[in-house]
Design a protein around this ligand. Structure first.
Ligand code: UD1
Ligand code: UDP
Length: 356
């Protein structure tokens, strides 16, 4: 089995780590890094901490407009596919790297495997929604984290190749949480007390690229009455001054993006998590920490239905109220993301099909 894996953005490094480990037990993996994320704190740190092998190809695509970035990746991934002739191409999630990889392979009749298939926000203004819908529709294997994802695919007429395997991010947490507890010193370094701070992440384009939304969110952050820490995504770092905004609440520690082990430690010890990230919503659920999501809808609807996550949009009042009052009784919350062995199931299925 020769698998060509395409990754490029922070959450993909984290998702790929457990699957790469399984692939390399049974076959060959050629790893391609598109270069969509390139800062050390957005890329190298994950390869080092998660022991991800050095990419066989680095495409150095960097930051560009959607079309230019996706197009550049498409052309460069195509060259790699032609040279390597893999049995299949594996992509994760919903970034421009995902779509470029999937499209390049599908056009060359290389079967595509999509991890985190079937997610939908039903908001076509999100670039991620376009990426995931198109990727699903050219994929041969659709590895779904939840039953809801399977149902979404069925609604779009996709039933062949659909497998409910659970969420690979749960595998990653399972593998790394003890390591995070042992190695991370982030709480001491930042002077944070367990259970007494809010962890914030903010990067979604629909928030950062809309000055009204970003201004409302920043307004709420500037009024937070309790300690908080915000590892700032480079997209948001660039947009704040562009819209004349700044975070100046003395309770809020603004820091550079952190590595995965520090992030797990910050999540598991947070009083609450305030985020617009997809992955962080799930990790809050795994860590049994109440999650407040600054979006109007979410792909991870189960977390909301189970009462562990609340959607507050970009509404200053709602954000502040939820930080003050939103609580979750996790003893009544069912696990919905599988058993933490998604990577093994994915590679079993791929190996089985490819050996036929
Ligand atoms: C991308 C994904 C998004 C995902 C996020 C994870 C798309 C369309 N979006 O969004 O789904 O949630 O990654 O973090 O693929 N930048 C740097 N250094 C870096 C990377 C980015 O400075 O290493 C800055 C650049 O100004 C760049 C901006 O961040 O223009 C946005 O980066 P980009 O990769 O285009 O989108 P993300 O917002 O990171
Ligand atoms: N993450 C991290 N350091 C940070 C912020 C996030 O390691 O400073 C991790 C987080 O734990 C999760 C993933 O990055 O595993 C989520 O990525 P992100 O929020 O960038 O993207 P999304 O999941 O929204 O696509």
């Amino acid at each position: 089995m020769k698998v060509l894996t395409v990754v490029g953005a922070r959450p993909q490094f984290i998702k790929a780590a457990p699957v790469s480990r399984e692939i390399r037990k049974r076959g060959t993996e050629i790893l391609v890094h598109t270069g969509q994320h390139y800062d050390k704190s957005m890329s190298d740190v994950f390869f080092e901490e998660l022991n991800i092998p050095v990419p066989d190809y680095h495409l150095h695509v960097g930051s560009k407009s959607h079309g230019a970035q996706t197009g550049d990746m498409l052309a460069k991934v195509e060259e790699v596919i032609l040279r390597e002739k893999p049995d299949c191409l594996l992509v994760y999630g919903d970034t421009n790297s995902t779509l470029a990889g999937a499209l390049a392979a599908a056009k060359l009749h290389i079967p595509v495997a999509h991890v985190e298939a079937g997610l939908r926000s039903f908001n076509r203004r999100m670039p991620e929604e376009i990426n995931r819908v198109l990727t699903d529709h050219v994929s041969e294997w659709l590895f779904c984290p939840t039953q809801t994802a399977v149902n979404h695919l069925k609604d779009e007429g996709i039933t062949r190749g659909v497998h409910l395997v659970g969420d690979v991010m749960l595998d990653a947490v399972g593998y790394n949480s003890r390591l995070a507890r042992e190695k991370s010193r982030v709480l001491e370094e930042l002077g944070l007390n367990r259970g007494e701070y809010v962890l914030i992440t903010l990067h979604r384009a629909e928030n950062t690229d809309d000055p009204a939304r970003l201004s409302a969110i920043v307004g709420a952050i500037n009024e937070l009455p309790l300690p908080a820490v915000l590892p700032l995504h480079p997209r948001t770092r660039d947009k704040l001054p562009k819209w004349g905004l700044s975070i100046h609440n003395p309770h809020v520690r603004l820091i550079d993006p952190v590595g995965y082990l520090d992030m797990l430690e910050l999540e598991v010890n947070a009083r609450k998590i305030l985020t617009d990230s997809g992955g962080v919503q799930k990790e809050a659920f795994f860590a049994r920490v109440p999650c407040i999501t600054m979006r109007d809808e979410t792909e991870w609807t189960e977390t909301v239905e189970l009462g562990a996550n609340v959607l507050v949009g970009a509404d200053r009042e709602k954000i502040l109220r939820a930080v003050e009052t939103f609580e979750v009784d996790f003893s009544r919350v069912d696990p919905v993301f599988g058993d933490g062995r998604a990577a093994e199931k994915i590679v079993d299925l791929l190996a089985g099909d490819l050996s036929r």
